[in-house]
Design a binder for this molecule. Structure first.
Ligand code: CA
Ligand code: CA
Length: 511
């Protein structure tokens, strides 16, 4: 009996010692992580955050998001780790979305004042957060004074700033967007490829081109870091059936080159990302001395499908092919602009039918693959919304942010971890990508490399734990690896085999 008691005491002591050791190691690891994070906190994550300004944060209680609202949330965005913000249009406009501008040199009164804007820029820059603005060059509002003047008479000095039908024009033509291209007023018919409230500008007119360079420089002087260029491939518009795609694309690229040159004179490092809603083969030419980035619409769909289907593909190979092509046309100077969804698309969580695990996978893929990743506000808390457009742009749910903030396992904290990973491991933010096959159909795997450092990234797409045998190949030394980042407890690397719990992500690198 006494023997047994002694054994029990010794056993209990061992258990306590062992748990303390585990606890101590755990705490030590947390301290190390915190120290690592502290050191990395001012690094560039290469992640931008898209804000639909009217829907983000209302600072004065009038029910409309505003610039001071963004300024008030800069610390939250800094905590998430983003290094830039894209703001949808903030100019005076008759619409809620603002993509039909009536004054390019002013701030919409709903959003605040020029002083508010200047303070936002200053506060953002203090936190190493860049600000880019939406710029709409394809069209103005039909209520813009330029158009009001232009339509008043065929002899108006602004007449040629827009595009008017002549005797040879087929006024029943369908625009490349799909609607009626030509719209009547008493003095003639004008081109408006989106709708009659948005007359297309005539960029063949050198005054119009000079005006937009002037507008962009005005905002660069205010401190913005660049522009998101709306409808960048529609500036010179072909109509359906016109068969002038190549010629039109060349004119578009030439214009954006002229624009860039005009801007670089005042800000050599201006960042230009274009909405060229098309395949990489169409985006490529725009990266030749014109834009830094085109949004990768193609990839967005593929990432969401990967998460949804739970079936792994060699995602790296396709990206690598596109990047090799972009590198060739741009002379190596391009930044792929990646994202999952934007203000024109059904929200990711709706596309994933409310499945939080799949939303976490989609985020993990986006934020461990190459490119400047853009997160659409609300995506990080799983906001839902399907078209019509108003539903994709609902007010940010700040109560939900608060709730998820306090839940370590929430989607929000998952996004925060992943964005900050890109600061801890710069290869995730800036590296190239290569394939690394493991043979496991549920695990997406690839290599990221930056300045000689190679990371192996593994995503378990499935709800079952997966084991993956690692081989030494593609510049990876399997024996020399250790897990450097893990999205979940239970990720292990032992004897050449990685254990990945359900829906988890591991990043390994040489010890
Ligand atoms: Ca407000
Ligand atoms: Ca146009």
């Amino acid at each position: 009996m006494r023997k047994f008691r002694l054994f029990a005491i010794v056993f209990a002591a061992m258990v306590i010692l062992f748990s303390s050791a585990v606890l101590w190691i755990g705490m030590r690891q947390q301290q190390l992580d915190r120290a690592r994070m502290e050191e990395a906190k001012d690094r560039d994550s290469n992640v931008f955050y898209e804000i639909f300004v009217r829907a983000f944060h209302d600072s004065d209680g009038d029910g409309k998001g505003d610039l001071n609202g963004i300024t008030a949330k800069l610390d939250d965005l800094k905590e998430m780790g983003v290094s830039g913000i894209w703001m949808t249009p903030i100019h005076p406009s008759p619409s809620y979305h603002g993509y039909d501008v009536t004054d390019y040199y002013a701030i919409h009164p709903d959003f605040g004042t020029m002083e508010d804007f200047e303070r936002l820029i200053e506060e953002a820059h203090k936190r190493n957060i860049r600000i880019i603005m939406d710029l709409v060059v394809n069209h103005t509002s039909s209520k813009h004074p330029w158009f009001v003047e232009a339509k008043s008479s065929e002899n108006s000095p602004k007449r040629d700033w827009y595009v008017w039908a002549d005797e040879e024009t087929n006024v029943n033509a369908v625009s490349a967007i799909g609607g009626k291209a030509w719209h009547p007023v008493s003095t003639g018919r004008y081109l408006g490829i989106f709708w009659d409230g948005m007359p297309d500008l005539n960029l063949d007119n050198p005054e119009v081109r000079a005006e937009f360079i002037h507008i962009a420089r005005f905002w660069l002087d205010k401190g913005v870091d660049g522009f998101r260029l709306d409808a960048a491939k529609h500036v010179y518009e072909d109509l359906q059936g016109d068969n002038k795609r190549t010629e039109v694309a060349e004119k578009n690229v030439a214009w954006w080159r002229e624009f860039r040159t005009g801007l670089e004179e005042v800000k050599p490092d201006v960042y230009l990302v274009g909405e060229v809603w098309d395949a990489p083969s169409v985006i490529g030419p725009y990266l030749d001395g014109a834009l830094d980035s085109g949004f990768n619409f193609d990839l967005a769909g593929r990432l969401i499908n990967l998460a949804k289907s739970e079936n792994a593909t060699d995602i790296a190979a396709g990206i690598r092919r596109v990047h090799d092509y972009y590198a060739e046309v741009s002379g190596g100077k391009f930044i792929d602009a990646t994202f999952l969804s934007n203000h024109d698309q059904n929200r990711v969580m709706s596309q994933l039918e409310g499945n939080v695990d799949h939303a976490k996978t989609a985020a993990a893929l986006l934020l461990t693959l190459p490119g400047r990743a853009f997160i659409y506000y609300g995506e990080e808390i799983g906001m839902q919304g399907v078209k019509p457009d108003e539903n994709l742009r609902r007010p940010m749910d700040w109560d939900e942010v608060e709730r998820q903030h306090n839940d370590p396992d929430s989607l929000l904290n998952h996004y925060r971890r992943l964005v900050n990973w890109r600061k801890l491991e710069p290869a995730l933010a800036f590296g190239t990508v290569e394939s690394y096959a493991t043979g496991n159909k549920r695990v997406v795997s690839f290599i990221r490399e930056h300045e000689g450092e190679r990371l192996l990234v593994l995503h378990n797409l499935s709800g079952e734990p997966q084991k993956v045998e690692l081989e030494s190949k593609a510049g990876i030394e399997a024996d020399a690896l250790a897990v450097t980042l893990a999205s979940a407890p239970g990720i292990q690397y032992d004897g050449g085999e990685v254990t990945l719990p359900a829906y988890s992500t591991a990043v390994l690198k040489a010890k």
